[in-house]
Design a binder for this molecule. Structure first.
Ligand SMILES: *Cc1c(COP(=O)(O)O)cnc(C)c1O
Length: 410
């Protein structure tokens, strides 16, 4: 008989870059009885979370909260502002960007995919999966589109498959420099509430996010943050939509309600998460993630393994991708580490299956949890026969001991 024992003694180390560990405080808030989603109490909860999530996106405009995964919120963004056959410009920074492009294709859109140009001996089959969006390429392509056939530019803020961020403000500047009317759509599913993000200031038209990464919630909520231009575009866009349609949601949200049954208990969780996030302050949260990322990199560097992100300015504060020597199977390594040390690490995705693994360092964590995580990695790498240059855990310990979080403030 199959036994589902997901909870052996001690805490499982869930160090994948989402779902991230859910704080007990949030789990407790979610355990309260489900209430009438048309009753008076619900409206107050709805208004609270809708206002709170706007502050996290840094927007004064409406934010849609869907009972969906991030993929649903990707689809919602596209179907609300685009029409069948529309040309869109996407940029392949990794597996998630590629999946979003596939989704666009299935919706009947015509994505044109840009990507980093150049080779990489460490990852010859996916050289671009070590870099961020090159805004100059977007500017050049848009400037050549004199007839304005391109309706939207779609980029991923924090590419969770690689551990590389992209400069969203630079993408905005590129669109403006080309004097092009395309909408800017950004996936910050794993960036939101862990890495600096400014929906309004950066002129983003739709930001897509999800609950199970920086917001520290279980999976099950998807978000679209809108701009006035995106709302205008939605009034004439022709892709079929009903469940995802913004108009009825915006209307119902005015009084804190939803047009259909929302994910009530996850909204209790969101309410609690917002209190935790605002209690600590977004800037402190960003600094803490940058510091964790730097500490984890110290360990990877000491091991002598390449960090996947090749651009020192673009290291993800949320996760670190690690490239293994050719011949070492990353999936076998992760399996050993899980079985021996009850530690879950992220897999190499898509083209990088078996070549890389990813260490999540986001959300509800701390220095000692990360040191435990690095110890699990180090032991696993040794068991897997990987020749390590030196002790990574010690290097990270030295870093964490020496560098206070305040030192990382922007
Ligand atoms: C997690 C993630 C997704 C997919 O979200 P799901 O909730 O799994 O549908 C998309 N993009 C990025 C950048 C992600 O990190």
């Amino acid at each position: 008989m199959l036994t589902l024992d997901f909870h052996p003694v001690g805490r499982h180390f869930l160090q994948i870059p989402g779902p991230s560990p859910v704080p007990d405080r949030i789990l407790r808030a979610m355990s309260l009885p489900t209430i009438d989603h048309r009753g008076p109490e619900f409206g107050a909860l709805g208004l609270k979370v809708l206002a709170g999530i706007q502050r996290v996106f840094k927007t004064a405009h409406p934010v849609m909260i869907y009972p969906s995964s991030g993929t649903g919120a990707w689809e919602a963004a596209l179907v609300n502002v685009l029409s069948p056959g529309d040309h869109i410009l996407m940029y392949e920074t990794g597996h998630f960007a590629a999946l979003w492009a596939r989704l666009a294709l299935r919706l009947g859109l015509q994505p044109e995919i840009l990507g980093w140009q150049g080779g990489d001996p460490a990852l010859p089959n996916a050289p671009g999966w070590r870099h961020g969006v090159q805004a100059s390429q977007i500017e050049e392509r848009l400037a050549a589109d004199k007839e304005h056939r391109i309706k939207a530019v779609c980029v991923v803020h924090n590419e969770t498959s690689t551990g590389v961020t992209s400069d969203i403000a630079a993408v905005r500047r590129a669109i403006d420099a080309a004097k092009h009317p395309a909408l800017l759509l950004v996936d910050s599913i794993s960036g939101l509430a862990s890495a600096d993000y400014r929906h309004d200031e950066w002129g983003v038209d739709v930001t897509i996010s999800g609950s199970q990464k920086g917001l520290m919630l279980p999976p099950g909520l998807g978000f679209n943050a809108l701009s006035p231009r995106a709302i205008e575009a939605s009034k004439t866009a022709k892709l079929p939509r009903s469940f995802w349609a913004w108009d009825e949601i915006i209307e119902a949200n005015r009084s804190g309600y939803f047009p259909y049954t929302p994910n009530t208990n996850l909204l209790y969780g969101l309410s609690e998460a917002l209190e935790m996030i605002e209690g600590e302050g977004l800037e402190k949260i960003f600094a803490r993630h940058k510091r964790w990322s730097a500490g984890v990199r110290r360990a990877v560097d000491a091991w002598g393994l390449p960090v996947q992100c090749a651009d020192p300015d673009l290291h993800s504060p949320i996760l670190t991708g690690v490239i293994l020597p050719v011949g070492v199977d990353a999936d076998a390594l992760r399996k050993t580490i899980l079985e021996r040390f009850d530690l879950s690490l992220g897999a190499g995705l898509g083209k990088l299956k078996g070549r890389t693994f990813r260490i999540g360092h986001l959300g509800n964590s701390n220095d000692l949890t990360l040191l435990g995580t690095l110890a699990g990695c180090e032991m696993g790498l040794k068991l897997g026969g990987v020749n390590l240059a030196g002790g990574g855990v010690h290097a990270a310990m030295d870093y964490f001991a020496q560098v206070p979080s305040e030192a990382m403030a922007a």
